[in-house]
Design a protein around this ligand. Structure first.
Ligand code: TRP
Length: 332
């Protein structure tokens, strides 16, 4: 899928824009199917990737700047401090492959640290984001070729059109924590095939910590995270002819100690009935819809996961407060 779509980037404007509207229709059909199935099952759940429409992506940008949300600024500081050490241990790198749309600030720090990089391949579902980022980075870096790949990076099976060369993968923001351990293992195994023998992989992983710090990061005082979370229901109203009363649902972030993860829910504050695409769903007071997991790891826990997924841990960096970690891995 990723390769078909990326090839449309080079085509004419008409076919590219019709490809875009076809893709939007396919995305809405997938959203509808996921929501109708997710609201019918118990416990109710809707996959987290649907949080990130244009409104959700903008709200997430706001989250990354919150005082309570430490991951973005901590990971950025780690790249600033250890960029040179990371580049040295990564060795000769010709091609940087980024999984998901990391913030351009983090990407830029890594690109600047890597000497002699030829090609940057960002993989993301958002075509407009990719096109803009590609244009900016190429303008800033003489001799760097940007080859964006439109698609879901968890489903990308090969790097269409990538030149030969030594690859470094980059997966930031602790997005790997949004996968279950089993999904994370599948992702890492697939990434080993995608990046190839002897490639390196730099992954940002959020650490286990006190709930006094962890819980506010997922439920801030200004309610930005709540708006981001509730946008799922607003999006259902916009795209799927839903009639959710957003004010009668609440954002909930709870830590599941046994599973080592934050769980995000939308909780019905009253007994109520909701319609989506002419189907009715009844909620009890207190009934929840699960929308996201954010797994937290200790450094040895993540290294054990990597080791069982085709990667050898090379080095791990953490900040002084041990909030966040950056792991450099080598394809085994
Ligand atoms: N990757 C982010 C994280 O796990 C995603 C995220 C941050 C998130 N805040 C959220 C997802 C609130 C749902 C709700 O930290």
């Amino acid at each position: 899928m990723a390769s078909d779509i990326s090839s449309t980037l080079a085509e004419g404007r008409t076919s590219a824009s019709s490809a875009k509207s076809t893709r939007r229709e396919a995305e809405t059909a997938e959203f509808a199917q996921a929501v109708l199935a997710g609201l019918a099952r118990r416990p109710r759940s809707i996959p987290s990737r649907f949080l990130y429409d244009a409104v959700g992506s903008a709200l997430f940008e706001d989250i990354t700047r919150l005082k309570e949300y430490y991951p973005t600024r901590t990971e950025t500081a780690l790249l600033e401090t250890y960029g040179a050490a990371i580049a040295r241990l990564a060795g000769d790198v010709d091609i940087l492959v980024e999984f998901g749309s990391g913030s351009s600030r983090k990407t830029r720090l890594l690109i600047d640290a890597l000497d002699g990089l030829d090609t940057y391949i960002p993989i993301d579902v958002s075509e407009s984001f990719l096109t803009e980022a590609a244009r900016r980075l190429e303008a800033e870096h003489d001799g760097l070729t940007v080859k964006p790949l439109v698609g879901d990076f968890t489903r990308t099976r090969h790097l269409a059109g990538a030149p030969r060369g030594q690859k470094l993968g980059f997966f930031s923001g602790s997005t790997i924590g949004n996968l279950t351990h089993e999904e994370a293992r599948d992702f890492l195994v697939n990434a080993a095939h995608l990046l190839g023998r002897n490639s390196a992989f730099l992954i940002g992983v959020d650490l286990k910590k006190s709930l006094d710090i962890l819980l506010p990061a997922y439920d801030d005082d200004d309610g930005v995270t709540a708006s981001f979370s509730l946008n799922m229901l607003a999006r259902i109203n916009r795209e799927l002819d839903g009639d959710f009363d957003i004010g009668s649902f609440a954002h909930r972030a709870v830590y599941n100690d046994a599973k080592g993860r934050i769980e995000i829910y939308l909780e019905s504050l009253t007994e109520q009935t909701v319609q989506v695409r002419a189907r009715r769903f009844s909620f009890d007071k207190g009934e929840r819809i699960h929308t996201e997991n954010s797994h937290k790891y200790s450094v040895p826990e993540f290294q054990a996961l990597a080791s069982s997924s085709g990667w050898r841990p090379v080095e791990a960096w953490t900040d002084d407060d041990r909030l966040f970690s950056l792991h450099l891995l080598r394809c085994a």
